[in-house]
Design a protein around this ligand. Structure first.
Ligand code: NAD
Length: 482
């Protein structure tokens, strides 16, 4: 085993699970077990919640906001010092190209910490004019213990989107990474110890979603669940969290439309269509998985997308030149290939890819990037989130039909408009039911810009000052001055 055995981070200490249980971590590019992590259950969770609550009342709760910010900043700084090491871990357990981990994901995670570090001493309330002789003011206080439950596609970035604002606003955190990708969360746990976070402030528990995840959502000592994952898991979390009236934010699935009008810069739109779906192997919640193309340009446009797609070849994720890595797990590869079969059986035309592939090693969960044409809005491939490198191209007749088809989904995470007509761009952006609309670009993010869903893509916003509202509660103080 390349990386050995990893423990739980509870109260500033590394511990085995109370039960002694462990889970394997597999490198999807080689199918080898690269590490074992502790599998936490109720006893471990109880100890962690007790430590997180004690920290709230202890040095963390008493620390000045500016000092808190300084520590979070240092954590971001230390993460960038270790970027090569952490990026390698991210690629080893997820299968994404090292170019994505090293130059995009981990730097964005560090930037997120430093962005929110800057907010720590700028969280303030209001004074409110009221009738009568009273001083009324508000305080924005932390919620308490926040549990961050995250998926396997951007393991560290999605964790930091939650951990950074939670810590900046004075909460303590229990981070539960996905069972497939626990290594980078644990690595950052060690960095938090190194930079001097008090015990109990940042805890990392590894374990399965159905046992540990479920126990976290049920636990009465946890005040908030910040969740990213599948819409069906989010539904279950919402129901379970009702029993203890927990705060929740849910960042869920997507089926984002990429709308191409005939007056667009079509070469840029072709690049956007392929990057929009194949970046991160399509395991991206905001992936542009539905390509909506005006029927007057449909044939030529899809031919160009297919041509570009066929040139994309999967490679060793650790090779800096690789742009398409391994699907994250065997079960995910099987799921995606099953959708390919469903699309064929429902009458979609396969114009690129469609099969499992390998990189010359005979190992690893690699898949060809795949494009389907002649997809109709009713087909499964147009409706369900596949979460893999599969693009479904659908035609539209005019602007109104483009908008109607784009909005014809239970999801509403992101959408894209390609046009040179500025009026059309703003008009369509205003009509799309999505939390993010990109115009003439795709997949751009910045920590200062909010991100989150409409409809069944969830609620709450990550990044930006909007996120702060989801980690604080407002106390109103009335002082009688009569
Ligand atoms: P998942 O829902 O299976 O798992 C997500 C996390 O929840 C994991 O840590 C898992 O262990 C845990 N979990 C599973 N069952 C649980 C339960 N009953 N109670 C509590 N926790 C539980 O999702 P996944 O397959 O890891 O991730 C893919 C999904 O994430 C896709 O649907 C994707 O669109 C979504 N996603 C959304 C965003 C966004 O910002 N909207 C970003 C990335 C991924």
């Amino acid at each position: 085993m390349l990386l050995g055995r990893k423990q739980l981070l509870i109260n500033g200490e590394w511990r085995d699970a109370a039960s002694g249980a462990v889970m394997p971590v597999v490198n999807p590019a080689t199918e080898e077990v690269i590490a074992e992590v502790a599998s936490a259950t109720r006893d471990d969770l109880d100890a962690t919640v007790a430590a997180a609550r004690e920290a709230l009342a202890g040095p963390w709760g008493k620390m000045s906001a500016r000092e808190r910010g300084r520590l979070i900043w240092k954590l971001g700084e230390r993460l960038m010092e270790k970027v090569d090491e952490v990026a390698r871990l991210e690629t080893l357990h997820n299968g994404k190209p090292i170019s994505e981990s090293r130059h995009v994901e981990i730097p964005m995670a560090a930037e997120c910490l430093q962005y929110f570090a800057g907010w720590a001493d700028k969280i303030q309330g209001d004074t409110i004019p009221v009738k009568g002789n009273a001083l009324v003011y508000t305080l924005r206080e932390p919620l308490g213990v926040v549990a961050a439950i995250v998926p396997w596609n951007f393991p560290l970035l999605l964790a930091m989107w939650k951990v950074a604002p939670a810590l900046a606003t004075g909460n303590t955190v229990i981070l539960k990474p996905a069972s497939q990708t626990p290594l980078t969360a644990l690595a950052v746990g060690q960095l938090a110890i190194d930079v001097g976070f008090p015990p109990g402030v940042f805890n990392v528990l590894t374990g399965s979603g159905s046992t540990l995840g479920q126990l976290i959502v049920e636990h009465p000592g946890i005040d908030k669940i910040a969740f990213t994952g599948d819409t069906s898991t989010g539904r279950g979390i919402m129901k379970t969290a009702a029993d203890t009236i927990k705060h929740i934010t849910l960042e869920l699935g997507g089926k984002s439309p990429n709308i191409v009008f005939p007056d667009a810069d079509l070469d840029a739109a072709v690049r956007g269509a392929t990057v929009g779906i194949f970046y991160g192997k399509g395991e991206v919640c905001a992936a542009g998985s539905r390509l909506l193309v005006d029927k007057s340009i449909k044939d030529q446009f899809i031919a160009k997308v297919a041509e570009r797609t066929k040139k994309m070849v999967a490679g060793d994720p650790l090779d800096p030149k690789t742009r398409l890595g391994a699907i994250s797990s065997k079960s995910q590869l099987e799921r995606v290939l099953n959708y390919v079969e469903i699309a064929k059986s429902e009458g979609a035309s396969l114009v690129a890819g469609g099969s499992r592939t390998d990189i010359g090693t005979g190992k690893g969960y690699f898949m060809q990037p795949t494009v389907f044409a002649d997809v109709t809005p009713a087909m499964t491939v147009a409706r369900e989130e596949i979460f893999g490198p599969v693009l479904a191209a659908i035609e539209f007749a005019d602007v109104d039909e483009a908008i109607a088809r784009a909005n014809d989904s239970i999801y509403g995470l992101a959408a894209v408009v390609w046009t040179r007509d500025i009026k059309k761009a703003h008009y369509v952006a205003s009509k799309l039911k999505a939390g993010t609309v990109w115009v003439n670009t795709y997949n751009v993010y910045d920590t200062a810009a909010p991100f989150g869903g409409y409809k069944q893509s969830g609620f709450g916003r990550e990044m930006s000052r909007y996120a702060l509202d989801y980690y604080t509660q407002v106390k109103t103080v009335w002082v009688d001055l009569s």
